[in-house]
Write a protein that binds this ligand. Structure first.
Ligand SMILES: [Zn+2]
Ligand SMILES: [Zn+2]
Length: 400
């Protein structure tokens, strides 16, 4: 049986999140907040499923670059592994620094910094756009002459290590603090205090920050999240608010120089009033922060259900046809959008729920041909009573 063991990252990460939650409760530290954690998981869930495509594609790109354009052919040896480790970590440093200093890249990386919490769930807050940006930076490696297999192994380590630097429960690690990136360093990177902005970019080695002048140590209590908190859990808004801000800024820019500054300048070049205006336009009715008990339970259920579907989709991905993968990916993405909209108490959720339901019928159909007529009948019946079901659904979620 050919299972995809990348799926094991999911229970592994979930275990550490639960452990951190349990320890924080024991220590009376409020590290996790419900809305923040669910929103973080939502982003991470979609990144995991997209990763099925991006990881494979980048292996292909690295292989093609290595075969056609490599300057050298570097054989695996202890020295070349050490050099590759240093090279990947150095490239990460600059990818991350550009991610903060250039709007085009910040539009992808901003999502990682939106959480006002700093915990293992915030580590899961990575997007597919970030994975693409990172993979593009790493394309230098096969051109130098490192082979794609070596690069992939190193990138797996780079994909796992930063998870563990996102916690407030691990304190000073003594002499290790001088060499590797620890939670005490990365915690400051996630803080919006002026002292800590654009500091501690490193992934595994802290030496790059020391060499390039971006190293900082804790001096004041860190405030986590963006300088202007997003205060919105909509999945789509979290992913695309900055892209929209850039589009508006680009349109408002008077000449080509200003337009280029919108794309290649830094976040400080974007007028913060644009986001406020967009928020007013997009989110007219601001819901109250109190969620009903049924809504909280529905959010918990949907999150667990989506994580389970994600786990099995990745685990059995080698056996799935492209059509299965397409429907299962749609199911996972729509589920995450719904959960985010539930946190925002949006009344239009039912329409998306219905689309998700149709996708479930289609998934079942791709596995069992005989289900075709049954699912068709169910879809027609539910369409007939669409209004009534929508009413009952809204009553269940919002009126108790
Ligand atoms: Zn960052
Ligand atoms: Zn981080």
């Amino acid at each position: 049986m050919k299972l995809n063991f990348m799926a094991l990252a999911i229970p592994f990460f979930v275990f550490f999140m639960l452990l951190e939650y349990y320890v924080s409760k024991k220590k009376n530290k409020e590290v996790y907040h419900f809305n923040e954690s669910i929103a973080n998981l939502n982003v991470g869930i979609v990144e995991r499923i997209s990763d099925l495509l991006t990881t494979g594609s980048f292996f292909f790109v690295f292989d093609w670059l290595y075969k056609n354009y490599s300057l050298f052919k570097i054989e695996p040896s202890i020295t070349s592994w050490v050099l590759l480790f240093l090279a990947t970590d150095l490239i990460w440093y600059w990818y991350h620094r550009f991610g903060h200093k250039i709007n085009l890249f910040w539009a992808a990386h901003v999502v990682h910094h939106q959480s006002d919490d700093f915990n293992y769930s915030a580590a899961a807050r990575i997007t597919v756009f970030q994975a693409i940006a990172r993979g593009t930076f790493w394309s230098v490696l096969p051109i130098i002459g490192f082979n794609p297999e070596m690069i992939t192994i190193l990138l797996l380590i780079h994909g796992t290590y930063p998870f563990f630097t996102h916690t407030q429960l691990v304190g000073n690690l003594g002499w290790l603090e001088h060499i590797i990136v620890t939670p005490t360093h990365h915690k400051l990177h996630h803080s919006s205090n002026p002292e800590y902005l654009d500091k501690n970019y490193g992934d595994m080695l802290i030496i790059w920050d020391k060499i390039f002048g971006t190293y900082v140590e804790e001096s004041v209590k860190p405030e986590f999240g963006l300088t202007e908190s997003l205060d919105n859990y909509s999945f789509l808004w979290q992913h695309f608010h900055y892209v929209l801000e850039l589009v508006v800024s680009y349109r408002l820019a008077k000449n080509i120089k200003e337009k280029l500054k919108v794309i290649f300048g830094g976040p400080e070049d974007i007028d913060p009033r644009i986001r406020i205006l967009l928020e007013k336009k997009m989110f007219k009715e601001k819901s109250s922060d109190d969620l009903s008990a049924n809504l909280v339970n529905a959010i918990k259920f949907k999150t667990v259900e989506t994580v389970i579907v994600l786990f099995f989709t990745i685990l059995f991905s080698h056996y799935l046809l492209p059509i299965h993968l397409l429907f299962l990916t749609l199911f996972i993405v729509i589920s995450s959008i719904i959960t985010g909209a539930m946190l925002e108490q949006k009344r239009w959720i039912f329409h998306l729920e219905y689309i998700r339901f149709v996708i479930v019928c289609l998934i079942v159909n791709t596995f069992f041909d005989s289900f075709y007529s049954v699912s068709f009948a169910i879809i027609v019946l539910t369409l007939l009573f669409y209004k009534n079901i929508n009413y009952k659904y809204q009553q269940f979620l919002f009126l108790n």
